[in-house]
Design a protein around this ligand. Structure first.
Ligand code: FPP
Length: 225
């Protein structure tokens, strides 16, 4: 099973507690660690986490810097553990514009875990689904494909998620019900599960309840059953 999560509500979670927004991101990172543990324990095949969108650059510099530092801190703290779990890390998104220390750490994480065969963890960082499609089309043109060679498989093989199955379920926390430029093509037949709780309040029980909700859905893929 491929589970993708839009981890929303860090800011609101902190503000509600009279704390600066970044406090919510810090707690959010702890929950990223927990979500990976959960996914590994539950036998999830792929876990995709939306950590930073290209639109997030519009936030105050202090918050952006904090998030970038948090990514570095996360890799420093968790890379060994992820590797021991046999997890394979992939980054969805562009390195352009990320601080060089961030790119270095992310490269290191991908390189170290590239031959691992367990849980695949995708971090969407500096990610935009629309830019991902644009990049795929450019790749295809650059590689000189003819019109009759172009099909959806070729397009999907030029996305950041090349070779991976599409998300079965996309979870979004904090009450918002939109995709926010996340995995547009890959979400064609995903089941959407929404929770009102903010990401820093996520628990194993809540993630299990999302899977229960997913299991209760009838996936018809446009057919009749
Ligand atoms: C959305 O909450 C969350 C983000 C934009 C960042 C997600 C980052 C983390 C969960 C922590 C760091 C990640 C890793 C992989 C170490 P928001 O700030 O939009 O919340 P709001 O809607 O309440 O303002």
């Amino acid at each position: 099973m491929h589970v993708a999560i839009i981890m929303d509500g860090n800011g609101r979670w902190a503000t509600k507690r009279g704390m600066p927004r970044v406090f919510g991101h810090k707690k959010g990172m702890e929950k990223v660690i927990e979500a990976v543990e959960w996914a590994d324990d539950r036998g999830v095949d792929i876990l995709t986490l939306y950590a930073f969108s290209t639109e997030n650059w519009a936030r105050p510099k202090q918050e952006v810097d904090f998030l970038m530092n948090l990514l570095v801190e996360y890799i420093d703290r968790e890379l060994r553990n992820l590797h021991e779990k046999n997890a394979k890390i992939r980054i969805l998104g562009s390195p352009n514009g990320l601080p060089s220390i961030c790119v270095k750490k992310l490269d290191e994480a991908v390189e170290l875990t590239k031959n691992n065969t367990g849980l695949e963890v995708n971090f969407a960082i500096n990610y935009s689904a629309l830019s991902e499609v644009e990049r795929a089309v450019k790749n295809i043109v650059t590689n000189g494909y003819d019109e009759d060679e172009i099909d959806i498989d070729l397009i999907k093989n030029n996305l950041y998620t090349a070779g991976q199955k599409d998300p079965d379920m996309i979870i979004r926390t904090a009450g918002e019900k939109r995709l926010s430029n996340f995995l547009l093509l890959q979400a064609a037949y995903s089941e959407f599960v929404f929770r009102d709780i903010c990401w820093p309040d996520i628990t194993w029980e809540e993630l299990d309840s999302c899977v229960d909700e997913f299991n209760g859905r009838k996936r018809k893929y446009g057919g009749l059953k």
